[in-house]
Write a protein that binds this ligand. Structure first.
Ligand SMILES: [Zn+2]
Length: 210
């Protein structure tokens, strides 16, 4: 799993909200040009430029105001398109509407379960089955704590008044972890295995069939 450092004020490097790279950030002050009186420093507004993609972020009073996706990681590339689009939409609204974002993310987890071969009707059952297929039990426990599953679960897509940015942030991370463990890693292992020499693979097959 790629480590993720969310953008914070004046840190020299973080994961760029545009390109996702962990990159150095070039910080500048911002100025307001008053024609008659010259330039004024807008002290509450800072400009950070990514040295990797050259795109910029704006932080107002230490909070990212551009791009809107702020401090959330890009979605795992192996997520199916419908889950990815829910995830992306949730990223763009999380700071303005954490409750809306969280509702979308719960829905995204349900869709991801269906993509992973589960029924999508009872998310408790689906996650339990995924644990049997190799999802770490701690992911299941974490999903319980953020009320995706368990006795206090909120129905996918439903707005819950107590959801906040922190809950949403955890759900972004968990969706990427589920994708990493259940899709990306098996894919990488398959790729590695298939690149092994034919005669050695044959030997392994014979050993395993004994
Ligand atoms: Zn960048």
């Amino acid at each position: 799993m790629i480590p993720y450092k969310s953008p914070t004020f004046k840190t020299t490097a973080f994961n760029c909200p545009h390109c996702g790279a962990f990159s150095n950030q070039f910080w500048s002050d911002t100025y307001f040009n008053s024609n008659s009186n010259g330039f004024y420093n807008i002290t509450s507004l800072k400009y950070a430029q990514c040295t990797h993609c050259v795109q910029y972020s704006l932080l107002h009073r230490e909070k990212m105001i551009y791009p809107l996706t702020g401090g959330t990681a890009l979605p795992n590339n192996d997520l199916p398109d419908d889950v990815k689009s829910d995830y992306e939409e949730a990223r763009t609204i999380v700071n303005q509407s954490p409750r809306g974002a969280t509702a979308l993310l719960r829905l995204a987890i349900q869709k991801l379960c269906i993509h992973l071969g589960e029924k999508g009707r009872n998310i408790n059952e689906d996650i339990k089955n995924l644990v049997e297929k190799g999802l770490p039990i701690k992911v299941q426990q974490s999903l319980d704590i953020v009320r995706v599953i368990g006795n206090n679960a909120v129905h996918p897509g439903q707005i819950d008044l107590t959801d906040d940015v922190e809950t949403a942030s955890k759900l972004f991370v968990m969706i990427n972890i589920i994708a990493e463990v259940m899709i990306t890693q098996p894919k990488e292992v398959d790729k590695l295995f298939n690149s092994l020499p034919e005669n050695q693979l044959e030997g392994i097959k014979q050993r395993d069939s004994k």
